[in-house]
Design a protein around this ligand. Structure first.
Ligand code: A3P
Length: 315
């Protein structure tokens, strides 16, 4: 990343486009960002030195991040069963660009001594792989990437943003949302480039980057949880292993999580205009069919075929 681009005057120098309400995105190295995310990306690049034991959960927004946060936390910390009852998954596994290296933090406050916060161990990011590659490759840390069918991803994003309490935003039509998504103008987008970068890295470095889809998890959560635990170097063993896996799957199911008081809260976290309860909606595969017109589906399918063609990965 050319750090010289990331300074106070890049506002005027980067291509920009309105995305949602008055919110503008800026294009940098082929991807679209809110300015605060770009500033955070610079902080992360300069300061984030993952420990060999750290796990980085990477994802495009609305692809199952909250679910994976819960699962990874439960797999790694098997004894702390209360944590998921008492804490929202986003507080247990903080976002690097939103919670750990927020844009408003002066870089003088960020030092290797106090960042990342001690004891976290699992971090989430929506940054594209190229923005993190130097950091993660300088450490033995592991990366888990989750993705999801683009139509369900966009459908989920559209519903999620509809819950925003921000005065800057206004009702957002699905037509506009689809058009922006198809053109790649979406935070951390284009979605397709984001997915393919991590997909290629997972093929080249399978011990380092684990690639999983939301649909695989829905289809057979127990098998996927076992595989994740093996990848992270903490497999389920012993006579009770099936029971333990079952408990992890159950405690992280959307039905269970939705009913914890902390996840029912209509308050918004300090770091988001969208309330805590908005991170849990339906959790189904294929809900876009209930909302998208057939021409939207055709347009998205055509782009998906074109973008993923030849990559060995397809939705
Ligand atoms: P829907 O809007 O389709 O229901 P993210 O966590 O990346 O923001 O993604 C949010 C999507 O994941 C939402 O999808 C949400 O309902 C779903 N989700 C959240 N927790 C889940 C869980 N434990 N199991 C399955 N899906 C979950």
């Amino acid at each position: 990343m050319e750090s010289s681009h990331l300074n106070d005057d890049y506002d005027s120098s980067l291509p920009k486009e309105k995305w949602w309400g008055n919110l503008e995105l800026h294009q940098f190295h082929g991807y679209w960002f809110w300015l605060p995310s770009l500033q955070a990306a610079q902080q992360i690049k300069n300061n984030f030195r993952p420990l060999p034991t750290d796990v980085i959960l990477a994802s495009f927004p609305k692809t199952g991040t909250t679910w994976l946060k819960s699962l990874l936390y439960s797999i790694v910390n098997r004894s702390s069963k209360e944590s998921l009852i008492l804490n929202h998954p986003h507080e247990l596994v903080p976002s690097l660009e939103i919670q750990v290296y927020p844009h408003h933090l002066p870089s003088s406050d960020i030092s290797a001594d106090n960042f990342p916060p001690a004891g976290s161990g699992i971090f989430n990011t929506h940054l594209p792989y190229q923005f993190l590659a130097d950091n993660v490759n300088s450490s033995a840390c592991k990366v888990v990437y989750v993705t999801r069918n683009p139509k369900d991803t966009l459908n989920s994003m559209w519903h999620f943003l509809g819950k925003s309490k921000s005065p800057e935003t206004k009702p957002w039509t699905l037509d506009v949302a689809v058009d922006k998504f198809c053109r790649g103008v979406v935070p951390f987008g284009p979605y397709y480039d984001h997915v393919l970068e991590y997909w290629k890295e997972s093929l080249e470095k399978p011990q380092k980057v684990y690639f999983i889809t939301y649909e695989e998890l829905k289809n057979d959560p127990k098998t996927q949880v076992k595989k994740l635990a093996e990848f992270l170097g903490c497999p389920f063993v012993g006579d009770d292993k099936e029971l333990e896996v079952e408990m992890v799957v159950k405690s992280c199911s959307i039905e269970t999580l939705k009913n914890h008081e902390v996840n029912k809260s209509n308050d918004s976290p300090s770091w988001s205009p969208v309330p805590y309860n908005s991170f849990f909606r339906q959790g189904e595969v294929g809900d876009h069919k209930n909302h998208f017109k057939s021409e939207m589906i055709e347009r998205l399918d055509a782009i998906t075929r074109e973008k993923f063609h030849g990559s060995d990965f397809m939705y």
